[in-house]
Design a protein around this ligand. Structure first.
Ligand SMILES: N[C@@H](CCC(=O)N[C@@H](CS)C(=O)NCC(=O)O)C(=O)O
Length: 253
C-alpha cells in the first residue's frame, strides 16, 4: 500500500473519486487495532500504487466514547469501519468492499486460476477466522512486545498463518502471497505483518513475505503516520498491557 502521501493525494485526484473511510487507520494502528481499518487503508493504497487505478481518499474518524456505534452509524450501517462511499453507495465490510472493487478493477484477484482460487480462500479465511490472533495480539504498530505464553488457540492460528504464507510463496513464487503481483490476499494479511513484527511471531519462511510487505512504501507510510499519532485509547492500551511485556515503544506522538 502506500507511499508518499502526496503521491497518494495525486492518485486520489486522478483516480476514480472513490472515497474510502479508512477510519482511524493511523490512530488505530498506533494503539491497538482494528484490522479492518488497516486493511482498507492498505488495500486502497496498495492497489492504487500498484497502478490499478483505484483512487481513493481516506478519512480519519476518531472513536467516540464511551461507545462509537451511533457515531459510526452516521456513515456505516453496521456501526463499523471500514466503509467505502462510492457514487452514492455505501459499501461496507472489508469483504464487501473487496468484491465491489473486484467488479470494477482488474488485479484485485490474481488472474491465474490457481492463484485466484487460493487468494479468495485465504481472504475468506482471514475475514472469518483467526480470532485468537485478533484477541490476544492486539494490533499496534508502534511497540514491540514479548508476548505472554500463547494459548493453544493462538499457537494454532500462528501455525496456520505460517502454513498459509509458506504455501502461497512456494506455490506461486512470491514475492506476494499469491504470486508476482500484489492482490487482495496481501491486503487482508497486511495487519498481520505488523502483528508478527510487534509480537515476534515465528512464521518460518513466511517471514520473507512479512519483510517484503513491511518494506512496501505504503506500509512504511502507514507506520510513519501511526508513530506520530497523538492520542491513546484506554481500552486498546489495556489490551496491549495484557498481551505481554512491552519491550520498546516507538510512538512519539
Ligand atoms: N467483519 C468486519 C469487521 C469490521 C470491524 O471489526 N471493524 C472494527 C474496526 S477493525 C470497528 O469498526 N469497530 C468499531 C468499534 O469498535 O466500535 C469487516 O471485516 O469489515
Amino acid at each position: 500500500m502506500t507511499f508518499d502521501v502526496h503521491a497518494l493525494d495525486e492518485f486520489v485526484l486522478v483516480g476514480s473519486a472513490v472515497t474510502l473511510l479508512a477510519i482511524l487507520a493511523v490512530r488505530v494502528s498506533t494503539r491497538a487495532g482494528l484490522p479492518s481499518l488497516l486493511i482498507y487503508l492498505l488495500m486502497g493504497v496498495a492497489l492504487g500504487e500498484a497502478g490499478l487505478g483505484i483512487g481513493f481518499e481516506d478519512r480519519v474518524e476518531p472513536f467516540a466514547k464511551p461507545v462509537n456505534y451511533d457515531a459510526f452509524r452516521s456513515f456505516s450501517p453496521t456501526g463499523q469501519v471500514p466503509a467505502l462511499l462510492h457514487e452514492g453507495r455505501t459499501i461496507y465490510d472489508s469483504l464487501g468492499i473487496t468484491l465491489y472493487l473486484a467488479d470494477r478493477h482488474d488485479g484485485v484477484w490474481p488472474a491465474d486460476p490457481d492463484a485466484r482460487a487460493w487468494a479468495q480462500c485465504t481472504v475468506a479465511e482471514m475475514h472469518s477466522g483467526f480470532a485468537a490472533l485478533r484477541n490476544d495480539c492486539t494490533m499496534n504498530v508502534g511497540v514491540r512486545v514479548t508476548p505472554k505464553p500463547m494459548s493453544a488457540a493462538l499457537a494454532a492460528n500462528v501455525a496456520r498463518i505460517r502454513e498459509l504464507f509458506e504455501e502461497g510463496l512456494t506455490q506461486f513464487g512470491g514475492p506476494w502471497l499469491a504470486g508476482a503481483d500484489f492482490s487482495a490476499a496481501d491486503a487482508f494479511f497486511a495487519p498481520v505483518a505488523f502483528r508478527i513484527r510487534t509480537y515476534g511471531l515465528d512464521v518460518g519462511a513466511g517471514q520473507a513475505w512479512v519483510d517484503h510487505m513491511l518494506a512496501h512504501p505504503a506500509m512504511r507510510e502507514w507506520e510513519r503516520q501511526a508513530l506520530t499519532e497523538e492520542w491513546r485509547e484506554e481500552s486498546h492500551e489495556a489490551e496491549l498491557a495484557a498481551a505481554g511485556v512491552i519491550t520498546a515503544d516507538y510512538r512519539h506522538g
